[in-house]
Each structure stands twice: as C-alpha cells, then as structure tokens.
Design a binder for this molecule. Structure first.
Ligand code: PDD
Length: 286
C-alpha cells in the first residue's frame, strides 16, 4: 500500500512529499514537531501533545497552521489513509518559506507536514530492558521547545548505538542527568521514591512523563522531581525511560554497570501496564 503524507493542505504520495528548499525548518531548524503514539486505532494523550505543540509555537512566535479541530482531523486522516492501527503520527510545523535571512519576514504562512507509520502494537510486558550510556548534553538552552534542531541529540544517540546501548542519558555541566536524547529519565530508589528531573528549559516536558507521574501517584508511589546522577542511577533499585512511542522502558545497564537485578523491575512493569490502561479509553478513529 502506498504511504500518504500531508503537506500544507494536500494529501500526497509519501515519496513525493516535499517542502521548499528555503523552508526555514530546513535552513534554521525554525520548526517544531510532535510525535503521538497510536495504539488500537487511538491517539494516545492527544490533547496534551497538542497543548505542548501550542507551547513550542508560542515560545517561537509561530502561528497555528490550522485551528485545533482541523489539525485533529488531519492527524486522523493521515493515520487512516496509511491504515495505522498501531504506530505513530508525526507532525511538523515550520515558520514558513522565505529568502534565507536570520530575521524572518512578517506574515509567513507556516508549513505543516504530517506523516504516519505502523509499528508493532505496544505490549503490556516491559521487555528485557535497554542499556544507556552517558555523555555531556550538547543541545541548546531551550529544549522545552520541541524544535527540529536535533543535532546534539542525534550525535549523542549515535554515540549510544556505537557503544551497543539504546539511549544516551545526557549530563548538565554539574554532572546531573538532564534526559535521554528522545526520552525522559527516571530512577526508583531503594527507599521506593521515583525520581525524575523537574521540568524547565533544560528538558522536554514529556507527555508520557506527566502521565506516568500521575499514574504513579494514583498507585500511592512517591514521585520526587529532582536531578540525579549516573552514580545514583547505577545504584538504584530500578531505572527506566519514558516516551510516547515506547511508553515505559526498563533501563538495565548504565555506563556498563548493571542496575538492580539487570532485568525489568516490578514497578516499571506496573507503571507500563497502568499507563496503557490510563490512555486507552479515547474513541478509536477508524
Ligand atoms: N521524543 N525528551 C526528549 C528530548 C524527546 O525528544 C522526547 C520525545 C521525550 C519524551 O517525550 P514524550 O513522552 O512526550 O514522547 C523526552 C520523540 C518521541 C521523538 O523525537 O521521536
């Protein structure tokens, strides 16, 4: 089946989907994006993802490319056209197309691109877990804005893969973990506290992070928002990461040291199952 993408109002063949060479997203990373997971023909946590898109757009002074109900409709149309029951929808909004100049002209029309792809349905079981390495955080100082300026993250993710790990936990100048390159970082202490860095300009306010924190509190778990170090993670009872497309994933090795039993822990497994229950009640869209 041919893949379909949305580019500024048109549903086109994926292989022909293109924006202009002077799109500011391409020249300046002057663009923001969201990735929303789809499970059982439902968009998971759609509204908070659109709220975060609103934050990214307003921090950069880019207008909404469509009113919100029309954007919701377009996301569903792209998912439907690609027959995605489980997978993700990707949307990107750039400031627009203009002659290359650091200062954009007023009144640009934002460029909206949407794609969707299928992936295996998320399992309730957390799987065997992944290894992470650490490296200095190379990114800019406003990563709360989900911009397409992902070079620092891409470099660190490649470092992780070269070291046989899945993710890189990035470190601030004091040696505390900010977050993964495309996920938020968590540990569970031996005292039973869930630790994750507070939101601010130095991490992306993960939507999965917020839902998992809410679910954890409902389970009477204590969530403490504070930075933690690699040494603390290595000595933790459990460690994990959160992101839309992989939900809650155990981290079983940090910089070569085994965490806990070196396998998915009880709390990770519980949070993953409860997360799926918490987000699974929206209307299927096809
Ligand atoms: N990344 N931190 C960063 C830097 C991220 O890029 C992401 C998501 C997250 C997790 O956020 P959420 O729970 O809202 O998915 C945290 C997306 C999936 C990506 O770039 O592919």
């Amino acid at each position: 089946m041919p893949r379909i993408a949305y580019v500024n109002g048109a549903y086109v063949q994926h292989r022909d989907a293109a924006t202009h060479v002077e799109d500011r997203g391409y020249q300046f990373a002057d663009a923001v994006y969201e990735v929303i997971a789809i499970a059982g023909r439902r968009l998971l946590d759609e509204e908070p993802h659109l709220d975060r898109l609103g934050h990214s757009l307003s921090e950069l002074g880019i207008g909404w490319p469509l009113v919100r109900p029309a954007l919701r409709y377009a996301l569903r149309e792209v998912a439907r056209a690609n027959r995605v029951s489980n997978g993700l929808v990707y949307l990107q909004v750039s400031r627009g197309v203009a002659k290359r100049d650091y200062v954009p002209p007023a009144g640009l029309q934002p460029v909206l691109v949407i794609t969707a792809k299928s992936t295996p349905a998320p399992s309730e079981a957390p799987g065997p877990g992944v290894a992470v390495i650490s490296a200095p955080d190379l990114r800019w100082k406003r990563v709360d804005i989900k911009s397409t300026g992902l070079l620092g993250a891409a470099i660190n993710k490649q470092k992780a893969r070269a070291a046989g790990a899945w993710e890189c936990w990035q470190l601030d100048e004091r040696g505390f973990v900010t977050e993964g390159t495309s996920s938020n970082a968590w540990i569970l202490t031996h005292e039973g506290e869930l630790i994750t860095r507070p939101t601010g300009h130095d991490i992306l306010a993960g939507i999965t992070r917020a839902t998992v924190a809410r679910v954890a509190r409902q389970l009477q778990l204590k969530v403490v928002e504070r930075p933690f170090t690699i040494a603390e993670a290595q000595g933790a009872r459990e460690a994990f990461m959160t992101r839309a497309t992989s939900i809650v994933t155990p981290v079983v090795r940090v910089d070569g040291k085994q965490v806990g039993a070196g396998a998915a822990g009880d709390v990770v497994a519980r949070l993953r199952a409860e997360y799926l229950r918490a987000v699974g009640d929206s209307e299927p869209f096809w």
